[in-house]
Design a protein. Structure first.
Length: 349
């Protein structure tokens, strides 16, 4: 009897040791391979969407005002879309029980409220004085054309750098030196000078305040994103900023690529090589992606939509924000290219 008890005790100890070892190995296997300094919270792929909407919206404005007067831009529609998207990503963050990240929310609220106020004021001004001078003009003035060029320069800049770094002072000076003081449609010409001068001057001052506040509250951002790929990327001269941190014995590689707008470009190029992503900034679960797709387009079940919004300045497409598993991102990038869908942005945390 004693021997039987001893045998059973040893068997339980062996079983417990095996189970403990299996659990420990499983936990190690699920730990990200990305170094701690390159990891970012999974909530950031969601919360960065409202920031980028304030790139998408000026891009639509620049494209629209190149051919149409700003009085016809859907200012209030864009205000609504910003807050709808913010509500959607906030709800999803809470549903997934992710870090609430109050500092990020504070930043979104500041830029959201300030943009809403700006758009409301511009809408009221353009609907009143703007339309009055627009009706008196025979066509776009030099100031109208200058405003469209400056708007596109602004969009190109904020795709890479923070908006408050943009040189509004230089645009204010050029407005007065490049457009002249006389010419046809004087009423429209001088009204545009007043409107644009006010806009550039206020943004210049507000940008300086935001820059000072940002530098005092937030650390300098990391401008690269670490990615674990299977297999290792092939050498590609078109990806000069790709750096290899580590090559693993099984053929995988941990690399860094540029963050923000350039990440979308690099992700597409790497996906075109046929490889797959296993980690992005230390995350393996979900990454948010936005596409331009025809209205009525339905995403597959494995990449469900978080929300969809019409592109208000265009008749056909809609913007769809998709929740894509990190492991499926490369395959989906290849599939969307085959389907002819326009990839807008990959929100790389």
């Amino acid at each position: 009897m004693r021997r039987w008890m001893q045998t059973r005790t040893v068997a339980w100890m062996l079983a417990a040791t095996l189970v403990w070892g299996w659990l420990a190995s499983a936990q190690v296997a699920t730990q990200p391979l990305t170094p701690a300094e390159h990891r970012r919270g999974p909530e950031q792929t969601l919360l960065t969407y409202p920031e980028w909407f304030l790139v998408f919206s000026p891009a639509e404005l620049a494209q629209f005002t190149a051919v149409q007067p700003p009085s016809r831009f859907p200012w209030y529609g864009h205000i609504g879309q910003f807050w709808q998207s913010y509500a959607a990503v906030t709800t999803e963050t809470a549903r997934r029980d992710l870090d609430p990240n109050p500092g990020y929310h504070l930043m979104i609220l500041v830029i959201g409220v300030s943009t809403s106020v700006e758009y409301a004021l511009r809408s009221g001004y353009e609907m009143l004085l703007g339309r009055l001078t627009e009706a008196s003009a025979s066509g776009p003035t030099a100031e109208d054309r200058y405003a469209a060029r400056a708007a596109q320069e602004y969009v190109d800049f904020i795709r890479v750098l923070p908006w408050y770094e943009f040189d509004f002072a230089a645009r204010l000076r050029a407005l007065w030196t490049d457009t002249g003081f006389s010419g046809p449609d004087q009423l429209r010409k001088w009204e545009r000078k007043f409107a644009l001068s006010t806009e550039y001057a206020l943004k210049m001052l507000y940008g300086k305040l935001i820059k000072l506040g940002t530098q005092s509250v937030y650390d300098a951002p990391l401008h690269v994103t670490a990615v674990l790929t299977r297999p290792a990327p092939a050498p590609d001269a078109s990806l000069p900023e790709l750096k290899t941190l580590q090559t693993l014995p099984d053929g995988r590689a941990l690399v860094t690529v540029p963050r923000y707008e350039a990440f979308t470009v690099y992700a597409q190029a790497l996906a075109a090589q046929g490889l797959d992503f296993e980690e992005i900034a230390g995350n393996r679960r979900m990454i948010l992606v936005s596409l331009h797709a025809p209205r009525g387009w339905t995403p597959p079940a494995e990449t469900p939509a978080l929300f969809a919004q019409p592109i208000l300045t265009q008749a056909g497409p809609q913007r769809v924000a998709l929740k894509v598993p990190v492991a499926r991102l490369a395959a989906q990038l290849r599939q969307w290219r085959i389907e002819g869908l326009r990839l807008e942005h990959v929100f790389d945390y």
